[in-house]
Structures are given as C-alpha cells and as structure tokens.
Design a protein around this ligand. Sequence first.
Ligand code: GLA
Length: 329
Amino acid sequence: MIEVFAPGRVNLIGDHTDHQGGLVLPLAIDLGTTVVGERGGDRVRFRSLDEEGTVEIGLGGSPTPAAGPEWGRYIDALVELMRPTRGFVGTISTRLPIGRGLSSSAALELSVALALGFEGSPIDLARLCQRSEYRAVGVQCGIMDQLASAVGVADHALLIDCHDTRITPVPIPESVDVLVVDSGERRSLTETAYDERLAECARAAEAVGPLRLRPDVSGIADPVTRRRARHVVSEIGRVSAFARALREGDNEGAGALMMESHESLSTDFEVSTPRLDSMVQELAGTSGIYGARLTGAGFGGSVVVLAARGTPLPRGAVRVRASAGAHTV
Ligand code: GLA
C-alpha cells in the first residue's frame, strides 16, 4: 500500500510574476491531496472520494482520454508524459477547495506523479507537473504552484526566483498567522484571461526587455501593455521588500505591501473581481489584520491575510500553516 500527500499552496505576495521569471513568496500549506493505493497491473485507475467519477487508463499504446470526469485530464497528461511501466489502482481525496486559488490542480498532479512512481528531485517533479498542467489545460502557467507544493518547508515561506528556480526559505514569524478566506467564486485557468495577460506581458517584454530585470516601463506606448508591465515590475520589487520586512519583524510594513500588491493586481493587471476587492477592504479594516490580498491567478479564488497571532478568525477564514512539500507518507 502506498500513501502520498501533496500540499496546496497560498502565495503571500508575488502574483503574475512567475511567468515572467520574477520573484514569488508562496508557502506549502497543511491542506492538500492524498493518494492511497497499490502499484502493479497494466492500468492506472483512480477514484475520487470527493468528486464524481473514476479515471481508467490502459498502459501501452497511446492512452486515449475517455469521456471521464474533468479532473481526469490531469491524470491522462501525467500518464502520457511519464509512461509508467506499472499500473496503479487507488483513491484520491483532498482537503483543498477546488478552483479557489490554493493550487488544487498542482496538489493533484504532484500526488499522482509520486503515486505513479516518479523518481527525481523536487524541482524535476515540479517541472514535470507544470508540463502536465500545460498539456491538461492548455495554459502556459508559471512554475510557482508546482514548486511550492514540491519543496515546501514547515514554518517557512519560500522566496523563489522563477528564472533559475533558486529557493530561499524565509521563516514565518511567530508573531503572525496566515489566514485564507474563500471568495466563493470558483475559477479555472482556462476560463480566465490568463493567456491574454501572458500575451500582453510578451508584448511589453518585446518593447523593453525581460520584465524580470525590472526595466523602465514608462515609455511603453500602449497604455494597457504599460499597466500590465508596471504590475509585474512593481510586484517583483514588493516581493523582495516583503521578504525583508518578514525577516525584520516589520509586520505592518509587510501588510502594507500586500495591500499595494492587491491594488496593483486589481487596477494595473485587472485580475481581481468586485467581490475580492470588497473582501480585501473589509479585512484590512479589521483589528489585528496587517494586510490582505487576492492570492493566485485571481478572477475569483481566495484572499490571503496576514494577521497578528491569535487574532479571532474573520467569518469564513481558515488558518493555514506552512508545511513540508509533497512526500510519501
Ligand atoms: C496561477 C498559475 C501560477 C501563477 C499564478 C499567478 O496559480 O498556475 O503559475 O502564475 O496563477 O501568480
């Protein structure tokens, strides 16, 4: 019997920077996805304990995705990329809300890849799962989610340079709690303007060079392209400043940077929603809360909150803890 766990992630700051090779600061969380089962045989079969359906793929030949449940396309993609020689029969269960900005798809990919016998470094595991996401959803997402789930460190956020995947764990101060509040708006990357934003960033980079190098973007002629670029460049700066603030115990400073990040995601990058904006405003005005922002791709999903340790949970909030990365239990 094999049991594998892969965590979801919440991003403290640094959204829509990973696809430009910029900095991000996520943490793997204590909510994630568990796969339990047996290796062997000539087919891969997974049943979900939370969602409808069973996925079954024969090994050998090219696995043809049958009309199965939506989550089955991630498994099809992994089987195609990994070409396992042994089958697997098991169940998948998750404590992550699906499509709410906590990387439920990355946790699914990593737990299934490990169950299918992936052997290699956590960074290679993240790269494989990022490729499986492209294949499954057709969106060229960055590597933040898969890396955070693969390399998580207990009690630490991860400062990741997405250009060279250099990772520096940053201790989360004992004086704070990290909270997550679900907006109730479910999103999936295919339904969002993620690809449109990638194209806009590519246009900006053509004009001023790689955005990760934080070029001066003020001369970009098209105002929309200029605003997209301004978000990426300013957000990368905020990630460094936030990591410094955490290390120095400047919780107020860190919270203010989260508020600036949300504002930039909302007005310059335009990936927020009225609901996310009003949640962030309301949370920020609550006693004990240093800052709040949308986390992940946006267009719905969740809000991440930095609060003083022991602050009473706002309605709908869950406290998350930074956890170890994906592993066999
Ligand atoms: C999604 C993508 C990530 C990242 C975030 C935004 O979660 O999968 O790669 O781009 O959006 O920061």
